[in-house]
Design a protein around this ligand. Sequence first.
Ligand code: ADP
Ligand code: MG
Length: 237
Amino acid sequence: MSPRPPLIETRALGKVYSPGTPAEVVALRGVDLRVEHGEFLAIMGASGSGKSTMMNLIGCLDTPSSGTYLCDGVDVASLDAAGRARLRLEKIGFVFQGFNLLSRQTALENVMMPLVYAGVPVAEREPRAREALAQVGLSDRAGHKPSELSGGQQQRVAIARALINQPPLLLADEPTGALDSRTSEEIMALFERLQAGGRTIIIITHEQPVADHADRIVVMHDGELHEQGWQAPGKGK
Ligand code: ADP
Ligand code: MG
């Protein structure tokens, strides 16, 4: 029996923007990262250290300049654009600092949106979206537009949308960056519940109290990734 591969494995991953031009930026330098199924990882580091670049590569939103990336055992370089889009749809839910909700649509409609792209039959969309809203504790806000919700509620809608296709991985870039500290704690508690339900979580943050909710912290510095170590059971809370 072959052991289950890690969900994420990068080997000597590199990224250079605008190579060979005066604007060249080396954003990632030989990054080796393994994330097992069910882990909760925080990626920290100063602004410009390469965190979002790393997230874009893990999320198959961009391609590396060098090195290898295996997502759930699949070498992403072997996929064409359609294959990468499929992998994204099946494996990864994205959460962003600015929530990225459609302002004219209700919470329910926002959460249903990825099902349209996934080709899910119309009749299935609404019950699944209601279930996802229930998972984040927002059943009673399904008909509200983003402007009628608090920041924390909007981020929970965005998390429900990220969960709608049941991806094994949630990838969140500064998910609490626009929230006050109390609301941030609520969102992190939600991520912990989702981890307990079997999901793998990777968050990018520069806030230590946020990172303390993870099992493991890695720190980026000038395009290099360094292990900061494992946290004790019960974590930093
Ligand atoms: P972080 O998320 O840690 O702030 P980024 O990954 O966004 O860092 O950026 C890493 C480096 O790459 C920075 O020097 C940034 O200016 C540069 N960079 C990011 N995206 C691009 C891009 N699309 N084109 C050129 N340079 C970029
Ligand atoms: Mg960033």
